[in-house]
Write a protein that binds this ligand. Structure first.
Ligand SMILES: Cc1cc2nc3c(=O)[nH]c(=O)nc-3n(C[C@H](O)[C@H](O)[C@H](O)COP(=O)(O)OP(=O)(O)OC[C@H]3O[C@@H](n4cnc5c(N)ncnc54)[C@H](O)[C@@H]3O)c2cc1C
Length: 750
């Protein structure tokens, strides 16, 4: 292909040379020029039309391009060709897209190479088209049709064409314009020698630039293809076909009045799915935070929306995540305070009566109340078509639910994640809890083992210990909360251990068995075998995305074991389909799912180009003390090449923390030494989650460290620790020289 193209161009040049000497080219050209001129302003339009027709009918455009330069000169010729070539390319593209794309994708469904290329072009549309345009290896007229068959978006195609064709167009028109000067004899008469030299130096420079750009483009294209092949390699995990999603009756107490109310709201037993509309603007699969926010937001803006939920509306957060866990944590804190009132002069006779069952009922009651907000009925009233059932893609533009297809213009995968499995022999037989089942407890296990020392494990281990269970937390790692700042995690560990939780690190669970009505865990702690007896096991060893049985392959949506693959704008490898929330993000938090859903609405429905990478996402683990973080950790910032400064202030010096008895904690803020910009920070404090919003706002609005100092904080509040950090930063600005200048100035004023 490449050689034949070079030969064709050489042949054209030789033919032009031969023609120049032996044919009456000059006269012919004059006639043609006179004819086109006689057409007046219609002349360029005729050439544009000719260009479009040539392109659509596979006639190579280089001759017309050079001809335009010859006929109209550099400026007008260039404009004519840019318009003609781009319109011609668009027509061919649209023809292929309209009449052939569906047939070809169906035919090539089993062809992994085409599929991989298709997905690469769909995902990196602009870049791929730009590179192929810059590279002369790909014949223009064929490429237009080929790209029409792929998943590239029309907008990206048009923009990349416009930019990518500029260098070659300029070069060919330039050649044409130079030939015109030669043919018409202007070379000798109207143009000075210096101008000619300049022109030919320019021509050489253009050739050199096109050559260089071409080489770079070709290399980048090869790399893009390689990356795509790597991510679509046979190593891509297949969904676990044996996975059976949990049902709401395993997560709720079906004979409890509060849980019955929740089920009425979130999985109404008598719900009748609506008749599907002919086509939806947006079909949302999964009614957790990401799905609910996408559906409500889109419907509120006038879109026709379908929302599909197979289990409980509200997803993990409402039913088996944030809401019940925070209810439990609050009750556990009340138990803790009842036991530890002595330091505050509050004492009870004897031991406080801690009623675990009542604490869990309080949680169920509050959760049922909150569930009104996420109910199927409320969403129906918002104008959303709510379908209860399993959603599954049956084609790139249709989802099936309840045996009926829902056709969509755009779709959102918001199917969340679930507790990761722990493959330990005997565990399933012995029985264990995950976050999906632990909130159904009405009796406190006397001894509990919590497997996993991440946020969920730490929060619940501390709470159950505070209720009175003897909790042991085991982790295969060296530390608890391994992702957090080490100093901060150490304080949380000390807090949890002070409550009585036993933390065993470097532990491998070999097997589990039932023993005398209890559960026995056979562990290896380092190299030492140990046995641990308990009455309940909570497994919280990470999250697995819900991607099974969704027909993602049928929809052309790629995924890995980490979830659905999305770009910065949350678009999957099928440009019609987006994803949001736990199913596609490493930030597995409700507020992150909410923020992503808002991006999806803007990008999917309104041509916005909002990026998830622009979000400033804080998080918090609600242990006592809480640990909250936003932005960079110190090491991350250093790895990113930033010159990082860090200021830490202990709560020991914050009056309110001392008075509250909450002085175990600190604030640590990282900043860019050059600009003073806040890069990130960690807070360890009883209300770190609340306090973190101030730092998050400062980062989201790109504030510098001095703002922490100049913001007035009410006294006494624990948030004053941030003002102290701001003051400490301002003191770093007071260098010995500045101080000396100040001293001189003040001495002079005395
Ligand atoms: C114990 C615990 C405590 C937590 N505490 C906090 C906290 O304090 N703060 C915080 O920010 N985050 C917390 N989280 C995380 C938070 O719950 C999640 O980040 C959030 O729920 C993610 O929302 P989502 O919409 O992505 O997914 P989900 O809430 O998981 O919703 C997904 C929904 O999709 C449905 N679904 C899946 N597949 C299909 C299908 N094929 N068809 C139809 N429906 C389908 C599921 O049934 C589910 O309802 C906690 C999580 C846990 C487990």
């Amino acid at each position: 292909m490449r050689n034949s193209r070079v030969i064709l161009i050489l042949a054209l040049v030789i033919a032009a040379g031969v023609g120049f000497f032996f044919l009456p080219l000059r006269q012919w050209f004059m006639h043609l020029e006179n004819y086109v001129r006689s057409l007046g302003s219609v002349g360029p339009l005729v050439v544009i039309l000719a260009y479009i027709i040539c392109t659509v009918f596979f006639i190579p455009g280089s001759a017309v391009t050079i001809g335009s330069g010859t006929l109209f000169g550099l400026k007008t010729g260039f404009l004519v060709v840019v318009i003609g070539a781009n319109l011609g390319a668009l027509c061919s593209f649209l023809l292929a897209r309209t009449f052939l794309r569906e047939k070809v994708t169906r035919w090539a469904d089993g062809n992994p190479k085409f599929r991989s290329l298709d997905q690469a072009i769909g995902k990196h549309g602009f870049k791929m088209v730009l590179l192929t345009r810059l590279s002369p290896v790909f014949p223009f007229v064929l490429l237009n049709y080929f790209l029409g068959l792929t998943a590239v978006r029309t907008r990206a195609y048009v923009l990349a064409n416009l930019i990518g064709m500029l260098p070659a167009t300029f070069l060919f028109v330039y050649i044409g314009a130079a030939a015109r000067d030669a043919i018409t004899g202007q070379m000798e008469t109207s143009v000075s020698v210096y101008q000619q030299i300049l022109k030919y130096v320019g021509l050489l420079a253009t050739v050199a630039v096109v050559f260089m750009v071409t080489r770079i483009a070709r290399k980048a294209l090869r790399e893009a293809e390689r990356t795509q092949e790597a991510s679509a390699s046979p190593g891509t995990p297949r969904p676990d076909l044996n996975y059976k999603p949990a049902s709401f009756d395993e997560m709720m107490l079906v004979d409890d009045a509060h849980d019955t109310k929740l089920i009425e709201n979130c999985h109404p037993p008598r719900w009748v799915n609506p008749m599907p509309a002919q086509k939806y603007n947006l079909v949302v699969i999964g009614a957790g935070t990401a799905g609910l926010v996408s559906a409500a937001g889109a419907a509120g803006l006038g879109a026709k929306v379908a929302l599909i939920e197979r289990n409980l509306m509200g997803g993990d957060c409402l039913n088996v995540g944030c809401v019940p866990s925070k209810g439990v944590i609050r009750a556990a804190r009340a138990a803790y305070e009842a036991r530890h009132g002595k330091a505050f002069g509050v004492q009870f006779d004897g031991k406080p009566d801690i009623n675990f069952s009542a604490a869990m009922e309080r949680m169920r009651k509050l959760r049922a109340g909150i569930s009104d907000h996420d109910s199927a009925d409320r969403f129906r009233k918002l104008g959303v078509d709510v379908f209860i059932g399993n959603g599954r893609f049956v084609s790139p533009n249709a989802v099936e639910v309840d045996g009926k297809p829902l056709y969509f213009e755009r779709a959102v995968i918001a199917t969340g994640a679930r507790a990761a499995e722990l493959p330990v022999p005997g565990l399933a037989e012995a029985g264990y809890f995950t976050n999906e089942t632990i909130f159904t407890l009405i009796e406190l296990p006397r001894r509990m083992v919590v497997v996993g020392a991440g946020p969920i494990g730490c929060e619940l281990a501390q709470s159950f210990q505070r209720f009175g269970s003897e909790v042991t937390m085991v982790t295969d790692g060296a530390e608890i909360l391994p992702k957090e700042d080490r100093d901060a995690a150490a304080i949380v560990r000390a807090g949890i251990e002070k409550d009585g939780v036993r933390v065993i690190a470097h532990t491998a669970i070999q097997r589990v068995e039932k023993k005398d009505g209890a559960k026995s865990l056979h562990l290896k702690v380092g190299n030492t075998p140990t046995e641990l007896l308990c009455d309940g096991i909570l497994v919280s060893v990470g999250r697995t995305p819900n991607i099974e049985g969704m027909g993602l392959d049928d929809a052309g949506v790629q995924y890995t074991s980490q979830g659905v693959i999305v770009d910065h704008r949350l678009r999957t490898t099928n440009p019609r389909i987006y994803a949001a929330g736990d199913v596609c993000s490493k930030y597995k938090f409700t507020h992150a799912a909410d923020a992503m859903a808002r991006i999806v609405i803007a990008n999917a429905l309104f041509f916005a180009r909002r990026k998830v990478t622009d979000l400033v996402i804080p998080w918090c683990t609600y242990t006592d003390p809480e640990i909250a973080h936003v932005g960079y950790y110190e090491k991350e910032a250093q790895a990113a090449g930033l010159d990082v400064g860090t200021i830490t202030e202990s709560l020991n010096h914050v009056d309110r923390a001392v008075l509250d008895g909450d002085a175990e904690g600190f604030a640590k803020v990282h900043y860019d030494k050059k600009s003073g910009r806040i890069l990130g920070g960690t807070l360890v404090a009883r209300h770190a989650g609340e306090m973190m919003s101030e730092l998050t706002l400062a980062m989201a609005t790109k504030q510098k460290m001095d703002v922490l100092s100049s913001t007035i904080h009410s006294y006494p509040t624990q948030a004053e620790v941030l003002r102290k950090i701001g003051d400490a930063y301002m003191r770093t600005k007071l260098t010995p020289t500045v101080k000396k200048v100040f001293e001189k100035w003040l001495a002079w004023r005395r």
